[in-house]
Design a protein around this ligand. Structure first.
Ligand SMILES: [Zn+2]
Ligand SMILES: [Zn+2]
Length: 334
């Protein structure tokens, strides 16, 4: 079977032996396609994974072989995520499911950018769903990324009428904006790239250029003393200044990406403005189910976000994503 593997500074296509269940519980699925996540790019660029690693976790697939107590059947089209929390450890008990050791150790094998993937029984029971016939593969491939956004929004405990600013309008920022709207809050956005600002505006996310936030800031300050929560989907250090400028007293800053210089938020701002700065990383099965429901009911719009690449062009997909040429790459595998 074909797989895309990390090899030094490239992603290369390698033929490896087909996988099968071999008596195990779970399913072997034929991957139709897999979204390229920002975290895949970080893992590749920062050399967090070794040579031979198969990245990708946002899969849409057809069940090829199955041995399971669930109702899934051979031939069905499903969507699945990759990690499952244990539900019992100190992290799980406190709601930090993505810090759970079991969560981190569970994965789809070898990885989403592969013709065939093994899903364990645990995956089938907790994070896999049957895709409705009317949905395209590209649309439902937002299942896991939207799940990440939903968890972030829920962690902020927003109340009705709250205003949220999404800093960074790449695919995840736009998806976050869509999630914020779908969950009943007011979404604003900012970015440096005009095309992104325009697309966000079309999607109903009132958006501004980050270089020129004075007017927006003035209006918001007059209305409600600032933004209730700022979501940092941009990995730029400068975005921290934007967040501190617009967040209201007692507001929240939700950290949703890494920054190159690992700069922090100043102690005194957090203290005197009584800010809450918190992170959100990866979704729980419950967030994923909400994501699935929002996507399949079309309450979240993911149209015009994806660019499709065949598996052979995966290197190009990585490059185009890094250079902001596209919003979101979907790798078509079969
Ligand atoms: Zn992802
Ligand atoms: Zn746990």
């Amino acid at each position: 079977m074909k797989t895309a593997q990390v090899e030094n500074d490239k992603i290369v296509i390698k033929e490896v032996e087909d996988i099968n269940l071999n008596g195990r519980k779970g399913a072997i699925v034929r991957v139709l396609g897999c979204g390229l996540c920002g975290s895949d790019i970080v893992k590749f660029r920062e050399k967090i994974v070794n040579n031979g690693a198969v990245l990708g976790h946002e899969i849409v697939a057809i069940i090829d072989e199955i041995n399971s107590e669930t109702n899934f059947k051979k031939g069905q089209r499903i969507v699945s995520s990759h990690h499952i929390p244990c539900g019992e450890c100190i992290y799980c008990k406190h709601g930090n499911v993505s810090m759970c050791e079991h969560f981190k150790s569970t994965n789809i094998r070898p990885g989403g950018f592969s013709k065939l993937v093994y899903l364990s029984e645990e995956h089938l029971k907790n994070v896999a769903h049957l895709v409705p016939n009317n949905m395209t593969n590209e649309e439902i491939s937002f299942y896991e990324p939207l799940g990440c956004c939903i968890r972030a929004i829920k962690r902020c405990n927003l109340i009705e009428g709250d205003k949220v600013l999404v800093v960074g309008l790449g695919s995840i920022g736009l998806l976050m904006g869509e999630g914020i709207k779908a969950m009943g809050y007011k979404a604003y956005g900012c970015d440096l790239i005009e095309d992104r600002i325009a697309l966000a505006g079309k999607m109903g996310i009132e958006s501004y250029n980050s270089r020129n936030l004075e007017e927006f800031d003035k209006i918001i300050q007059e209305q409600s003393g600032g933004i209730d929560a700022v979501f940092m989907t941009s990995g730029a250090d400068k975005a921290l200044d934007v967040a501190l400028k617009v967040v209201r007293k007692g507001g929240k800053i939700l950290v949703f990406s890494s920054t190159p210089k690992n700069t922090g938020y100043p102690n005194n701002e957090i203290y005197y403005k009584e800010l809450t700065v918190m992170g959100s990383y990866s979704p729980s099965p419950k967030d994923l189910k909400e994501s699935f429901d929002l996507l399949t009911s079309y309450k979240v719009n993911v149209k015009n976000l994806t660019t499709v690449y065949p598996l052979e062009k995966i290197q190009q997909a990585f490059e185009d994503t890094v250079s902001n040429k596209i919003f979101k790459a979907y790798i078509k595998i079969s």
